[in-house]
Write a protein that binds this ligand. Structure first.
Ligand code: SME
Length: 159
């Protein structure tokens, strides 16, 4: 496993195309979930420089904070609460261009302005979510959705 990433500039799609094989290489041969989630969060943060990148995992019917990169964050989120709890309840990716316009958004930091939350699904069950926050408005679109959904499949085992 290579422990350093090759970071490229260029358009967003090219950045994902460069990053995904590197994430696959980081995960190869490693079965520990926390180790793999930690490296995915770090790789995404390093390539894209987003404000906050991390995972929440379903435990006892709550989302509990998992590996992340960025400022400290809320530790527990209930189902249907905030963007994360809604993504979990609906088992679908949510793109929020302006977090202040999302009813019930949980503001872990006032610096977060836009967000994408991708559920991690195995056999129809949501195991957790990947949450990415940006400090500017409207930073996420279908390109992020497509590639982040591909990335989380690497930990759900459903790729
Ligand atoms: N904003 C999220 C909470 C998690 S933090 O952004 C890290 C939400 O509304 O679910």
């Amino acid at each position: 496993m290579a422990e350093d990433l090759s970071i490229i500039k260029g358009d967003k799609e090219a950045q994902y195309v460069s990053l995904i094989p590197q994430i696959k290489a980081l995960l190869e041969g490693e079965t520990d979930l926390v180790a793999n989630l930690a490296n995915i969060a770090a790789a995404l943060k390093e390539q894209f420089g987003w404000f906050w990148v991390g995972f929440y995992w379903v435990k006892n019917d709550e989302l509990v904070l998992g590996p992340f990169q960025g400022p400290v964050a809320c530790t527990r989120i209930r189902k249907r609460r905030g963007v994360c709890g809604t993504s979990w309840a609906e088992a679908k990716t949510l793109i929020v261009p302006d977090v202040e316009k999302f009813p019930g958004h949980i503001a872990c930091s006032s610096l977060s302005k836009s967000e994408i939350v991708v559920p991690i699904i195995r056999n129809g069950e949501v195991l957790g979510v990947l949450d990415v926050d940006a400090s500017e408005l409207d930073q996420f679109d279908e390109v992020d959705q497509r590639y982040l959904e591909e990335i989380v499949k690497l930990v759900s085992g459903e790729w």
